[in-house]
Design a protein around this ligand. Structure first.
Ligand code: RB5
Length: 364
């Protein structure tokens, strides 16, 4: 099982002991901090990191430790899809799984001995949700989450519009009809790279040791999350290198769709994806999100091939396209550099930047 761990300063020592205990028992651990006992820190920072990791299914379960366990549970339970239980003994450990379906365990390091904490962890990890009448009750909680988030998925799919000054500046330059093909191509790569830098902000890390020319030190590397980028041909290709510069080990798939000029509906003509697509986080990339038809069709195609976690990355979106993708794929997050006004009668984004493919390759 992959377990995300977090603590504040008060829980640091117990976190370190539990980490060893979990690894010894065959689990994989992502330690999200804190890393220092001596510096006082704020428990919500770690609670929210771990809760998002579990709610996004980047970890199977989470364990959070502070002085009492209480602050961690209050903070973690603000994240939709996180069900954190403060546990003080073996009976509440078992019941928090069998009756409440908790996916995060919060412990009070100042109230528990290390031995009891390990027994609690062991009991909690080995107990299963019983379902039946408890499922009915649990669904009342998830239904309330859906009502608050107004979405069909437990964790609401989000649209992130980048307001970073560098991105906005470069988007203005690619909108300009006088920007040359060469400049346009370079700017698209740069914007894609800047966007991916933000999109990957929450990738889980794992601790490692590195030897510098001066000393041995603890450091972090990516916790083995596999990524794939899938450009929608042909304009999506314009963003690939900018992303690969930051994530050189990402695999690249390709999807070819063209828009029927009469119906505006997407027609598939090419699809080649990495073989282990179901194990990867997929970034579907396409500079323009206009009607959303192509993006939605590309996502459906990738899902049919087994992909489970997909995000859509575009430069410019129209409200119609964003709504279409969210409606067809409520589990897919959309990342765009700018949200424009509307589509014109030819399904071009207004003000947009014209045809991204033509501007990338000088074909007009
Ligand atoms: C820190 O002193 C303490 O307040 C914190 O660890 C936790 O117990 C909060 O609930």
């Amino acid at each position: 099982m992959l377990i995300a761990l977090g603590s504040d300063h008060a829980g640091f020592t117990l976190k370190e002991s539990l980490k060893g205990y979990l690894v010894q028992n065959g689990h994989e651990v992502v330690d999200m901090g804190t890393d220092i006992e001596e510096i006082s820190c704020d428990y919500p920072d770690y609670a929210i990191l771990v809760a998002n990791c579990v709610a996004d299914k980047k970890a199977d379960k989470g364990i959070l430790i502070c002085g009492t366990g209480i602050g961690m549970s209050i903070a973690a339970n603000k994240v939709p899809g996180a069900y954190a239980a403060v546990v003080h003994d073996l009976e509440t450990a078992r019941l928090s799984r069998t009756h409440n379906n908790s996916n995060i365990l919060t412990l009070g390091a100042r109230l528990l001995s290390e031995t009891v904490a390990m027994e609690i962890v062991n009991t909690w990890l080995n107990a299963d949700f019983e379902g039946n009448r408890h499922l009915r009750r649990f669904e009342k909680i998830t239904n309330e989450e859906k009502r608050i988030c107004r979405t069909d998925s437990v964790k609401n799919a989000k649209t992130v519009i980048f307001n970073h000054p560098l991105i906005q500046h470069k988007v203005t330059m690619i909108r300009d009809k006088n920007t040359s093909v060469k400049e346009f191509r370079e700017l698209v790569q740069e914007i894609a790279g800047l966007m991916v830098y933000e999109i990957t902000r929450d990738l889980p890390l794992k601790k490692t040791t590195v030897e510098t020319p001066v000393a041995k030190t603890e450091a972090y590397t990516l916790a083995g999350k596999k990524l794939a980028i899938v450009p929608v041909l042909r304009a999506g290709l314009g963003m690939v290198d900018g992303i690969l510069q930051l994530i050189p080990n990402a695999k690249v798939g390709h999807i070819g769709l063209y828009r029927d000029p009469q119906t505006f509906e997407p027609v598939e003509y090419y699809c080649k994806l990495p073989g282990d697509i179901e194990e990867r986080d997929i970034l579907v990339i396409d500079p323009m999100l206009a009607t959303g038809g192509s993006a939605s069709a590309a996502i459906s195609l990738i899902k049919r091939k087994g992909a489970k976690k997909i995000s859509l990355v575009c430069l410019i979106g129209a409200p119609e396209g964003v709504a279409r993708v969210h409606s067809d794929h409520p589990d897919v997050d959309i990342f765009i550099a700018a949200l424009d006004d509307h589509l014109n009668d030819h399904a071009y984004i207004v003000p947009g930047l014209g045809d991204a493919g033509d501007r990338l390759y000088g074909t007009k």
